[in-house]
Design a protein around this ligand. Sequence first.
Ligand code: LLP
Length: 463
Amino acid sequence: MSRSAHPAGPRHADVLPEGHYSAPPADLNALDPKVWAQTVERDTDGVVTVGGRPVTELAEEYGTPAYVLDEADFRARARAWRTAFGADADVFYAGKAFLSRAVVRWLEEEGLNLDVCSGGELATALSAGMPAERIAFHGNNKSAEEIERAVRAGVGRIVLDSFQEIVRVAHIAESLGRRQRAQIRITVGVEAHTHEFIATAHEDQKFGIPLAGGQAAEAVRRALRLDGLELVGIHSHIGSQIFDMSGFEVAAHRVVGLLKEIRDEHGIELPEIDLGGGLGIAYTSDDDPREPHEIAKALSEIVTRECESARLRTPRISVEPGRAIVGPTAFTLYEVGTVKPLDGLRTYVSVDGGMSDNIRTALYDAEYSVALVSRTSDAGPMLARVVGKHCESGDIVVKDAFLPADLAPGDLIAVPATGAYCRSMASNYNHVLRPPVVAVRDGQARVIVRRETEEDLLRLDVG
Ligand code: LLP
């Protein structure tokens, strides 16, 4: 079952190819629609616009750095997932990619459900009016307080991650006089990243209960015995930034195998399976992601085929895309502060943000694209490294990219595909203030998460 081996990496972080840059693009002013939000284009003056608003105006009004999110694109992608999966399946947006109350409302309106993995995400979802039955609660170490809040709120499912949690959730639900709908998260021995996956008998990571050694079957046995739980399904999440569907194929095969074992042992057919998230997006022009309808078709065919051969009723499928919905919808807008050519090497372009607003490059060696957006340029390409303002040499936003050689302080540049895991993983390192998220739609811009202020910082510091 093992495919080409890939560098073992954290299941919850993508492992991207070794850093090497391709040749300069033919046209440095071009904006590849693969990596930019749908409504992004250049106006006749050469200024980039999104949702009909020039970035120069946005920078003036909201300052830089700023995450600029194309609301129409977000809604369109959410709707595309919903439509692709249809009425017989559920799409749970993974809030960890980026969550705010506006986003919760858009999801609610577009008919998506929501995956949360902490009390904070749950609070955000509930405060924006997401119906609790459309929320799934995840996490490998939910606190008793978080579990109680989720059960009281009436979340649609809690995804159980360990033997201890099975008992803990059952006990809390029972003490509240509830029967909590739950899925058990299992690890199927498949780990996928980008174009490759490995299938092993055993996995060495913190999430879920291993299928190996009959542990998942034992977890099901225990959950079925507890009055506080209504076990409705099995959950599997195999990795992140995945383009290759074959990892899902192996995972579905193994999950359905467990459903069959459950049927044979207990005489019940669990009605749901969740295949998690992890679908990849284009960060650079070299990436070729799949469309939601292709993914939906592939997953439903795999599950239907596996169930037919196991003589099981096809369960209701759910998926949890985060990055694939929000990732491409936003870019980070920066102002260039300094341009420092290092002879024979590259030019360092310092911007007014950095690893505090995008840790992914430093953390995962992630690759990004970048473009000059406040004007066009006829200058030739220069090999650039876009760096931040933090006191750390690893503070790199874009490792290798071509920018016009006449780039100067005061120019605005933007890094596309920063909608997922940038604001949500942002920090206050060096007491740098976290940027706002500005949503633009039909010529209107509004702040959905405001810029952090020095007062915010000092409020937490009680002296
Ligand atoms: N469902 C579960 C159970 C997950 O653990 C995750 C991601 C998702 C869904 C959503 O995965 P997505 O479709 O967004 O790839 N910080 C890393 C990614 C961590 C993903 C954690 N779990 C990054 O910046 O690449």
